[in-house]
Design a protein around this ligand. Sequence first.
Ligand code: SF4
Length: 345
Amino acid sequence: MSEYILEVENLQKWFPIRRNISQVIKRERNYVKAVDGVSFKIKRGEIFGLIGESGCGKTTTGKLIMKLLEPTGGKMIFDAQDVTYLDTDAVELYKRKVQMVFQDPYASMNPRFRISDVLSEPLLIHKIGDSREDREARAIKALEEVKINPPEEFMERYPHMLSGGQRQRIATARTLILSPSFIVADEPVSMVDLSTRAEILHMMKEVQQSLGLTYLYITHDLSTARYFTDRIAVMYLGKIVEMGPAGELIDNAKHPYTQALIAAVCEPVSGNVNRIKEVPIKGEIPSAANIPHGCRFHTRCLYAKPECWEMEEPMLEEVSGVGHLAACRRWKEISGEKGKVSETA
Ligand code: SF4
């Protein structure tokens, strides 16, 4: 059995843009390249973080893995099976193994359903459980796993009767009820009070460890990613620009974009815990319909030189010998210069 549960290779999702008359005549086609050649592997039992600003393609990547979108190109291998393109029956089976925790737990629940109905719904869809009693027993077990106590009492409640933290626990219980092996968690704590975030992430980590699950954690928040994940990949404009073990990547970031994200992490300043420092990069993120030539970050990079936009896009390369990769010419130059100094010393 492979040590990797998920292998993503050169994954692409391009959305066609409506053409004007002259483009139709010239037979030109333009695309928004939301995901533009993403590759990574996730080990069994690992928590892998996908980080970046909004619009970088991280949620689209999650949706491709969840089979909510069809890829334009690339390959996805899950549990040694090619899942890039699946027929309807195969998608249903796949979705029992791969579940998603959404950003807004309230929007993902029918407000007229009691919690017992919310939890029984996926069982009914996937035709699991012999009877109502059986499904309720499974629901209670799932509530116990996410530390909802006493579970019997919560079964009768409606979503509006719960706090944000309790709703996110219920949303997690609903994914667990199908006994998945892989969970895509897309900003699972961004709608939860700051004071409850650590509690929810702690619960998710306990569940992951006790059930041997693998998570893809999608977020813009590097501070929770450092605490919660084993490895992190940083996405910019549809592509991964840096990847490595969580602590190493954050303490020793090599790509100017990652360095800028770290510098912009939330700071509890003067009691205002939501204050976000300005990202120390210039300009706006370019359109994914018009990705800059060469290094796609060069229009915002403080260290950009002509070769950054004139030459081919830099590839991800090992920068520290511990599985830490970065796609930046500057780092290669700096490490090359260091190497020369040590050779002559
Ligand atoms: Fe900046 Fe050049 Fe590195 Fe791109 S390759 S991140 S433009 S220094």
